[in-house]
Ligand binder design. Structure first.
Ligand SMILES: C[S@@+](CC[C@H](N)C(=O)[O-])C[C@H]1O[C@@H](n2cnc3c(N)ncnc32)[C@H](O)[C@@H]1O
Length: 240
């Protein structure tokens, strides 16, 4: 198996820390994605690109019956393992999301959460086809990404540039991902067979003001993330 290594070592530790209380991850992306996921009580959830497991523990606290976390980074999976503290309803897999998830059965999840991951992946169409395959009919995919306007503001050039970019995340560390237009982002999801149900351009929740007022205020002016709730086979409205 090819192994994804981008978030190993210092970058993995940095992200695990940042996801705990940063205005952007903890108070902007996560509340929006969890709100779009809705009531997960009793549901089987896949967290694709689970990082340090912050979503996993939130989903379990909200009543998810079982959560499967998949990530390519051994460092982040180590943090996730600590965070889930032996919860028997959670399974973790190390896997490169550039490759099909052959270890997951067809139609075996009610909900897939994929937060701030899919812009890292080049084989996005294959990844979305895989998310579609593992969801049951009527199942829901909640996906967040960097906002195309934010990427245009940070990286410049033309809004329509769709190149790989590097972003500094602090402590001299950088991440690498593909910026894309809104039409590319949405059309790839629609082409994969999902129907769009809801869109969010989240701003930080009020609690972020206490953590970092400057960044909190920044999120009230500038979009950082874009999140969508998509449905597989909308004719089959068997889920909440
Ligand atoms: C910004 S973090 C988001 C983590 C988590 N979803 C969250 O929001 O807390 C991006 C995650 O994507 C994972 N990732 C990026 N590319 C990947 C790939 N090709 N295969 C598996 N995981 C990947 C990284 O290891 C990292 O955990």
């Amino acid at each position: 198996m090819r192994v994804h290594t981008a978030y190993e070592g210092a970058l993995g530790d940095h992200f695990a820390h940042r996801a705990t209380d940063s205005p952007y991850n903890a108070y902007t992306d996560r509340p929006a994605v969890l709100a779009l996921a809705g009531d997960v009580t009793g549901l089987r959830v896949l967290d694709a690109g689970c990082g340090a497991g912050h979503y996993i523990t939130e989903l379990r606290a909200r009543g998810a019956a079982e959560v499967v976390g998949v990530d390519g980074s051994a460092t982040l999976l180590g943090h996730a393992r600590e965070r889930i503290a032996g919860d028997p309803a959670v399974r973790l897999h190390r896997h490169d999301l550039e490759e099909p998830l052959t270890f997951l059965a067809d139609s075996s999840f009610d909900v897939v959460v994929m937060a701030l991951v899919h812009h890292h992946v080049e084989a996005r169409r294959q990844l979305l086809a895989e998310m579609h395959r593992v969801l049951r009919p009527g199942g829901v995919l909640v996906l967040s990404t960097t906002h195309p306007i934010a990427d245009w503001t940070w990286h410049g050039g033309s809004y329509f540039d769709e190149e790989r970019v590097e972003a500094t995340v602090g402590d001299g560390l950088t991440i690498n991902y593909r910026r894309m237009t809104l039409q590319t982002f949405l059309n790839e999801l629609l082409d994969a067979g999902f129907a769009l149900e809801r869109v969010a351009e989240p701003r930080a929740a009020e609690e972020a003001r206490r953590v970092d007022e400057r960044r909190y205020l920044k999120t009230q002016r500038t979009p950082f993330f874009l999140a969508v709730r998509m449905r597989k086979d909308p004719g089959t409205l068997a889920t909440r």
